[in-house]
Write a protein that binds this ligand. Sequence first.
Ligand code: PLP
Length: 277
Amino acid sequence: AIYHVDGQFMPAEKAVIPVDDLAVVRGIGVFDLLRTYDGKPLFLQEHVQRLFDSAKAIKLDLPWSPDHICRVALETLARNDLEEANIRIIVTGGSSPDFMTPQGKPRLIVLVTPLPRLPRWWYDQGVKVITLVSERRIPDAKSIDYLPAAMALQKAREAEAVEAIYIDRRGNALEGTTSNLFALIDGTLVTPGKGILSGITRKVVLAIAQGICPVAVRDLPRKELPKAQEVFITGTNKGLVPVVQIDDTPVGDGRPGPLTRRIMAALEAQMTAPRLS
Ligand code: PLP
């Protein structure tokens, strides 16, 4: 694989950054992840715009234009011979003499890797998720610090679940570690609007759903979830995945529901379907 690191293209095994970068010493940086479909990046501008929003939210000044980052991402993709790819655009805090304060010299990294295949049964049968009390401190920022996410996912896997849903201290369900949450409650499709990352897949799904059923962007108390007829999660890396069990409680009849399947089909028609094994 060929990566882009701080102005240069280089083979993955030679791609390095200085060890005094704030990303290494403090976990300071932001990133965004997008994918290709038919070899072309999906929603590149939107992801780059979100990268800028993330940087702003953590007060990291970016010396590049969104156009420049789009061009670097496209060129990195072109230098890799991949059918379908994930593109990770990362901006590190850069090196700093006080090991704390960004100095206006962030490093831009673009990683292009093969699009992973996801298990078909996730989409056919639906998956289990767990809930846990946790929330991301700066929800609008896609910060590189995914320690709570990694630990939550470990807990999910121990419970044979594929995602962990964060519940905030007031008891509202927010989102998954790398996905947004939707629940069909009393015939209305509900998704939280606060305390979450504004997912790009979430926006596409909201637009589709608006033509199909009542939609509400509002708080979603954890205690409402047991009465949801259908639940699903969305994200760039997984598309739309039906959720059929939350902790120990089945959702609806324990199978992906009709609305979920309808939106999944619409997503596929819009060419955003995940790659299955
Ligand atoms: N929420 C969080 C915390 C995420 O990390 C992600 C993606 O990784 C999402 C939601 C889904 O966003 P998108 O659909 O833009 O991938």
